[in-house]
Design a protein around this ligand. Structure first.
Ligand code: GLU
Length: 293
């Protein structure tokens, strides 16, 4: 009898080198490491560095040093998103060709002015789960001629998903399998809450949402373990997976580590930074107990 070898589960830790890692990242990295080991799986490290202005080689070196100090081992080679812009562009172009993505020309301050004027009249403007106002419909409804003329004149633009067209195309509710700390089981994806999300930025040839789903698929990731701050983003990821015909991993959104005021940690806070704690002589075991593992 021929038996096919069992595919090992694949986990990944995917930090952005735009600051120093803190205790929240340590929780994510430890959980990925521990769950991969328990499942006899693989652990990948992905450097999410599409933000060319904020990501630096120094922060990347800091990530490697912190993870080694925590005793975490990952497979080589490390995938760096900056080295894969052409793959994200190929996917973007397939969506443009299918009329699912359009160029958007309004600047952030133009959007803000529009929203403020609207809200002054007492009308609520829809916002996404992160609190960012939905993008106004102006660019989505332009004629093809007008759009081409604007692109031809070299105007700065991003590329956005036409959310209602994408949802019409899929035509059925989407779900994901969740094993995390708050909700478990089959979760209904609600991508409409995000409006017309950016898939390619005006200052980078991709976006977080687009690169993350492509990388997870190309790297064969079966388990996405990340903070609860990205729980709602999973709705967008499920939609993109359907549109691009990509497999869907299982998701595990874990609790967040908060500061004394109950706020999510940010990369600028020195006293929870891993480099600082390492310099103070703490061990990996100390960090585990600090974050309740
Ligand atoms: N790069 C993201 C971050 O540092 C994590 C993305 C993910 O795990 O999906 O917050």
């Amino acid at each position: 009898m021929i038996t096919t070898p069992r595919q090992k589960p694949v986990f990944r830790f995917a930090p952005s080198p735009n600051g120093q890692l803190h205790l929240g990242h340590a929780l994510s990295a430890f959980l990925n490491n521990d769950m991969a080991r328990a499942a006899d799986g693989r652990l990948l490290l992905r450097i999410e560095d599409i933000d060319l202005t904020r990501c630096t080689p120094e922060f990347e070196a800091g990530i490697f040093a912190d993870l080694r100090w925590l005793g975490i081992e990952w497979e080589q080679p490390v995938r760096r998103q900056q080295e894969h812009f052409s793959e994200y562009q190929t996917a973007l172009h397939s969506l443009i060709e299918r009329g699912l993505v359009y160029p958007s020309f309004l600047t952030r301050s133009e959007v803000k002015a529009r929203v403020t004027a609207y809200e002054r009249m007492g009308e609520p403007w829809p916002r996404d789960p992160d609190g960012t106002p939905h993008y106004p419909a102006d660019d989505r409804d332009r004629s093809e001629e007008e759009r081409d003329a604007m692109l031809g004149s070299g105007l700065r633009h991003a590329w956005r998903l036409n959310m209602s067209r994408a949802l019409d195309l899929i035509g059925e509710p989407l779900f994901w399998m969740e094993t995390g700390d708050e909700r478990k089981g089959e979760i209904l994806a609600e991508p409409v809450a995000w409006g017309d999300v950016v898939l390619s930025r005006s200052d980078a040839p991709s976006s977080y949402h687009l690169s993350v789903v492509i990388d997870d698929a190309l790297q064969g990731v079966t388990h996405v373990v990340r903070g609860l701050d990205l729980f709602h983003a999973t709705s967008v990821h499920r939609l993109l997976q359907e549109l691009l015909d990509l497999p869907q991993p299982v998701y595990h959104h874990h609790r967040l580590i908060v500061d004394a005021e109950g706020r999510k940690l940010s990369k600028s806070e020195g006293d929870t930074g891993l480099a600082e704690l390492r310099a103070r002589g703490l061990s990996a075991a100390d960090i585990r107990s600090l974050i309740g593992l």
